[in-house]
Design a protein around this ligand. Sequence first.
Ligand code: ATP
Ligand code: MG
Length: 479
Amino acid sequence: MFSIKQESMEILLFIYGLSFFVLGISVLFSRSRDSEYFFANKIWLLGVFAISHAFEDWISLFEYIHPKVKFPLLDYIQSFLLLVSYIFLFEFSRFVIRKSFLKSKHKNKLREHIIYKLYYPPAIYTLISIGLLFLIYLHPTISGINAAIRYTYGFWGAFLLGGGLYHYGDSLKKNQNTNTLKLYFKISGAAFAAYALFSGIVVDPISYFPGNIINTETFINIFHFPVQALRGLCALVIAAASIKTLGIFRYELVTKLNESYENIKRFSSNASHQIKTPLTALRLQIHLALKKNKNVQEYRDSLRAIDSEIVYLQDMVSNLLLLTRIQNMNIRENFQFVELDGIVLEIFEEYSVIAKNKGVVLDIKNLDYIQIKAEPTLLRILITNLIDNAIKYTPQGKKITISLIKSVFLISDEGIGIPQDKIPMIYDEFYRVNAPGKTHIKGYGLGLSMVKKIIEIHKAKIRINSKVDKGTSISVKFN
Ligand code: ATP
Ligand code: MG
């Protein structure tokens, strides 16, 4: 029988373990918590797989160097590490499969999709564990246990992950940043698939197919080199390509930077336009006042008009500043427990007076006691803006209802409503719907953009239902 040089095999086994170890460490250290990619939230699973796999391989190395030393416990530890590592791999692949194969096309029917149902944890884990136990029953030795783990969690985990990564790379949006990234996703996908195949070969001879025909011994007899060499190669490719795919976080950063640059550009051109209008009005007022001699009362009137334009400008500038501050602050770190019902009640009382003056009924239907983790000042701004809008856009004699049911804040008005096609725009800075007859309603179009930022910071959800001339209902669901 052919035998490879002892040292080369040792080096091979060592590098093999090392490549997984490096992969594990890089994954665990480079993941970004705030990433929007589903990948980032789950990639630690791959990290745990790689590290436990590295130790499993180093135990193999130890046993290879000291074939005479027999620690039965070590065998069990090795099988345990093998199982743990492949379960983590499988869980990661389950996630990749569920997410990357079911993109937006299927979104509505996602929950009914066969893949979605099959990969629901209780279903898939029951299925695969039955398979595992059955194979162990067929060959109940330590070699049999290892083969069963490889044939079930190992093979399917690596194989599905391979397919998933390949597909995921393909689904990235096309731009110059993604071309190389796509390639690395494909390489690591293919390497994982190949690794899956070799994983099924690295078994001792066992009593059932394919282990009875395809195993480490038959491989070396046919090809005259150990299958571990191919696995080692796969491990190196997987580690190198997977580490490169972590560039997805950098790609994300670049995309975010580009987006915020565009936002700033749009924001400043809007802002300068918005400031120009009241300034022009101011100049006009002053111009008129200076035109001919006037009596004291006329000068007073002019100054009053100028004053109100200045108040308007001041208000807008402070709103603008607030909006930029919300964008820059690292607010989540300063979250505290706040009683949402208390805040709602306070603002309700404040606004009752304003509503009454306008002849609009402002009513609280339900107010559950609820504590949430939040930034209290921002919560106030959020609720104030929603109530302010409801009062502003609801005509005299109509009604506004507020309720707080568990963690959902709800506000419904019988106001002028928002046309369906305009709803997506109302969160944009300075956007105002040009409804006929509401030209006298003053505003900067900044309220809802602040609301949107605050919602994002709190990871809350906002929903708007509106019908023109019937009214608007807005719900905000906090976590
Ligand atoms: P600001 O809040 O800065 O004073 P604004 O109220 O016009 O000004 P937003 O609060 O951002 O700005 O709202 C954007 C637009 O959405 C409003 O101009 C209005 O057309 C529409 N809108 C918002 N809430 C309502 C509502 N409850 N009913 C009808 N239209 C609404
Ligand atoms: Mg508003």
